[in-house]
Design a protein around this ligand. Sequence first.
Ligand code: ADP
Ligand code: MG
Ligand code: MG
Length: 902
Amino acid sequence: MAAQETVEHKYVYDFAEGNKDLKDLLGGKGANLAEMTNLGLPVPPGFTITTEACKAYLNTGQEPDGLADQIAAHLESLERGMGRKLGDPDDPLLVSVRSGAKFSMPGMMETVLNVGLNDRSVVGLSAQAGGNDRFAWDSYRRLIQMFGKTVCEVPGEEFEHALDDAKRAKGTKNDLDLDADDLRGLVDAYKKIFAKHTGREFPQEPREQLDLAIRAVFESWNAERAVVYRRQERIPADLGTAVNVVAMVFGNLGSDSGTGVAFTRDPGSGAQGIYGDYLANAQGEDVVAGIRNTVPLQELEQLDKKSYDELLSYMARLEEHYKDLCDIEFTIERGKLWMLQTRVGKRTAAAAFVIAGQLVDEGLIDLDEALHRVNGAQLAQLMFPRFKLDHDFEPVAKGIGASPGAAVGKVVFTSARAVELAAEGEAVILVRRETNPDDLNGMIAAKGILTSRGGKTSHAAVVARGMGKTCVSGADELDVNIPAKKFTVAGQTVNEGDVVSIDGTTGKVYLGEVPVMPSEVVQYFEGSLDPEHIDNPLVRAVHRIMTHADAKRRLRVRTNADTGADAARARRFGAEGIGLCRTEHMFLGDRRELVERLILANTDAEREASLDALLPLQREDFIEIFREMDGLPVTVRLIDPPLHEFLPPLEQLAVNVAVAQERGEDVAKEEALLAAVRRMHEENPMLGLRGVRLGLVIPGLFAMQVRAIAEAAVAVTRAGGSACPEIMVPLVGAVQELETVRAEAEKVIAEVVGDSGVEVLIGTMIEVPRAALTAGQIAEAAQFFSFGTNDLTQMGWGFSRDDVEGAFFWRYLELGIFGISPFESIDREGVGRLVRIAAEEGRAARPDLKLGVCGEHGGDPDSVHFFHEVGLDYVSCSPFRVPVARLEAGRAVLETTGSDSR
Ligand code: ADP
Ligand code: MG
Ligand code: MG
């Protein structure tokens, strides 16, 4: 082996040479076949052609030097070991050619079985099988079908139609009723189809079959479906795929043979037990293709007890070895069990938690590893209400789970209709082929969005995720006819007004109303889970892993909450304070009037009177929040949005004034308002008179808010509580702005606080790029920074979220300009760099500067890891995201101590 390496690049590895850690080189399938071989499990012999060979082929358009010889050498040794030659007319060796990249990837070439069969070796194969002609011709027709479809792109339906014709001629629906003669006839039909589409005869030369199949696997790496899939899943485009060549074993030799799949635990719930399907007298894909009904794996015990027991013992062995749920493919040839594949199995979010918990109980992994194996996206999924599914509900279609949740409603086909019905109080599901910016209002009005086209980065998917709205995209079984206001699926027609249920997590679509049940995990977090559920294995696992994450994490987790009720809920979810309490809502409702008076004030006295009236109202709001957050810090942001947001819209005012004038009523007040609205109109309100700028322009406004905060804190503390207010100034870009506000605020605080023992911190948001770049100066005047990453993203990129998300983000995602919306997950290189600079320079100027983040990124898993890395003290997010942030903050600690997360 060593000698060979020095002579030339090694492109081919025997199964005995590899192991499970060589996935980069051998792909997942090849690495695991090697691992099983070395564990002594019965794997048919074979070899793996490396991803390096694939990359070399893709770069140059031809097989690299030495590859053909190495394949020949490995094939020869395989032939020697098996005592048969590939495609030998009398006693043929047959092989399968199987693709297998590092990450399992639908969209690549599938497997070709029975390579080596031709018009002569089919006779030898029959003799080998004791004169089983039926078996031999069945194998041959499968080769032509799979080879034609996957290697030569012959439309698969043509073969299927020919098979259907053969069954119809025989008067049967079961392929097992076709005898050797029928199958021989089918081989002829298949060959004609092959010749018609490829312009050549089906290749009879075994080595040519092998080489063409290998080349097709290489090329499938760049097939369009594979490229799209990689982009969506963010799998690097330059990994290449390996190719496995495996000696064939046969599950289609009769009733003592068969093929199946098995899981070491239930990948749906995580429950222990035996899960899988078995199909007697069948080959390869038959199990999943659904052409015949499979039997549950348990029934194999009756059919073939020896193989069953053996399989169970291997399953236990594999699970112990991989220390995780394994997914297995096997074949039984005349009572002899063969293992054809294993991998660490995919699982649902619930199963991920349950299995991680069980493996800890079994002593196979520790809690760190359990924490590493689950993630915040899974936890978030478990916090949505879900469909209560029993056997009555079968999905009619499956698209892409683009934005999670369970939505039920009446089908509508246009945005306008969605808005109309929603206004009448109906729950609606907006169904489109694909959405575009014109559908925005309908999307807002709908409970859920269902499209027949487009992937995870389509317009519908991006916008729905931004809104937190349930969405299934790309359900391509749906034939959507917008003008006719209907869609058809699985032979059924669904008209406007019919009810459907869509699951944005699984992508499944159901006709009718599927009942929705609340999340047990949320009930657990809220502490309202009834005792009968304490045994729930999912809740137990979540509890255990969350407790460990809390013990591990360095980042604190606060919440964004504007009311006492939100604060209380977030606290139950584990929030350790409020990172953002907005004060805007305190100016709405019946307080609008006071705000109008403030804006219209002509004299100091008028302005002061309206501020005096607002003061006690604000104080009450803060008292409630400080009480709920007793003992924990509460960051209150002084008023941020442009004041005209508190006035009626211009058009409405103009109409009111006109109507009142017509009636001869007194319109002095309305006219004054109208004039104010006109005066305050801004072309770019996002960049206009807002935030700290308001405080500097309207005398007494910030002072009133500061006074309300300080008085509330004193009141709560005097009543025996403990209030820890932090006053946050929004939209600061220059230290002078903050200094001015601060001087005024300190005066008020000193007056109010007296000897109450209340301490009030003053800090600023960092959300304007200039603030990030002058953080060293700003830190001189700030006791804390809180990164407002929403605005920092808007101003960093120079786009306004409301305008761009629906307008062109889908295109940017499609082009790969961003892998994910920078509003969903922080843009590390750009906006993240601003955060990093500000954190470093701020801390350098003031070592005890508190650092936090209060944009929505505070609840996004990847962003939490970034904030941990940058060294912030806390993240703050919406109440529902608090558990997600706690979990990811714990995982972030593991990640920086090193391990691979995919
Ligand atoms: P996928 O990646 O789609 O699972 P595989 O390469 O695993 O494709 O092949 C699919 C199925 O084909 C296997 O599960 C197995 O049943 C069958 N198969 C593959 N190679 C062989 C073989 N050498 N002998 C018998 N069956 C095989
Ligand atoms: Mg497989
Ligand atoms: Mg902001």
